[in-house]
Design a protein around this ligand. Sequence first.
Ligand code: HEM
Length: 488
Amino acid sequence: MLTMAMPALRFGSRAGIFVAAMAILLVLIAFVRWFWSHYRPTERLPPGSMGWPLVGETMDFLQPHSATSRGRFMEKHIKRYGNVFKSSLFGHQTIISADPELNKFILVNENKLFQCSYPSTITGILGKWSMLVLVGEEHKRMRSIAINFMNPAKLKDFFFKDIERHVLLTLQSWKDGDVLFAQQEAKKFTFNLMAKQILTFNPEEPRTQELMKDYYTFMKGVIAAPLNIPGTAYYRALKSRSKILDTLGRIMDARSQKPEDKYNDLLEVVTKSGSLTTEQVLDLVLNMLFAGHETSSVALTLALKFLADAPAVVQQLQEEHQAIYAARSFEKERLTWEDYKKMNFTHCVINETLRLGNVVRFVHRKALKDVYFKDFFIPKGWKVLPVFCAAHLDAGVYCRPLEFDPWRWQQIQEKNVYFTPFGGGNRLCAGADLAKLEMAVFIHHLVLQFEWKIAEADRAMAFPFVEFEKGLPIQINRRCFRPMQKQQ
Ligand code: HEM
């Protein structure tokens, strides 16, 4: 009995040891995993402060400040913690990056390590098919429609003439000696242009004015607290959103009654392709109006402000554009694409405006995985904010960064890691070339026809949307420009 039991015992003890070893191993693995999730190398988490419970440091971060500064929050934190720091913003643990190399790394690793992640209030207003909200394949599909709508051939063949027509319409409405609100004029110009390209709405039509009115109420909701209660800006914005969508729906119905009519606008392209649902078309149209109008109108207003304070720059612009004008053949009163290509100094002015004005100051992302970059650790699930204005206004990158100095762009390559006014990676602004074209054509006719000065001191503020506090009042005077020596 005893001898019979011995091998079994021996076998039993080996199995016991094996089971015990496995159990210890499993406990060890579980412990390591637990330890890793709780005590992973937090010393490599960037330094920083998580602020108050729930709100974290959001209020400080959103404190309005001059658009040509990095703001008190960024200055204070960069000084204390360096270019990359942790915080708690909009209810999320967040890594804020003022490091241009990390920013570039974040942008080029979209969908691999990071993903676009705007606050949910944006979804409520811009809609769930907004390009700022979509990710992955859905984003790719919508983006390709936007890119195709503004591809280089279309800019040259369709947008170019229309931009000039809208610039001239705007400038023709200006009277010698007028005091105007530059921001309003720039908004009118960019809105009318986009309404024409997207919906074939002409500026003089009452429905364009109606759409613009609804659109501005809607816009106020993008930056309002998301309180859907009667009387609030957010509530009014949602109402305007439905009104705009109703209008667009009626246009689509009317068009479907007359399929033989041709429009050559974005609405026609997307409805005829049949690849989008009505809801997707409506969100796309609304988003293109938003993206194509808010940013470029602010950029144009900033250019007017910077130029008003820089007579030497205006003089060089006048020389460039007078030369272009004089070289134009007699019959061709309008600008040509070749003229546009000759606007070298104007492009320096545009770059410098975008660098100093910082129209889009930061973008919203989240980490899809644990990410290690240089000495930093970014945990999976954390929000990440690449702050572009930090590098644009960094004295270590740009000599005398607070000065408006377009000549610096004669030495700097436009494509560099420190200059990202249009973001980057596969979310690079789809309208970057269009925005530059609008600005260049506007500047051409403006400096040939007008002089302007600031009528009342004003400054651009980051709320974080950039806006002038008083709308930038300017006084304009017609120039006595004599176009001499025109080629016959
Ligand atoms: C000076 C003017 C402009 C500036 C500074 C600007 C800036 C930007 C930035 C930084 C982004 C990236 C957002 C992100 O990564 O989360 C963006 C995206 C976008 N912009 Fe612009 N933009 C300007 C003008 C325009 C214009 C005129 C249009 C024309 C409709 C436009 C259409 C878009 C679109 C469709 C996107 C989304 C791209 C995507 O998600 O793939 N933008 N813009």
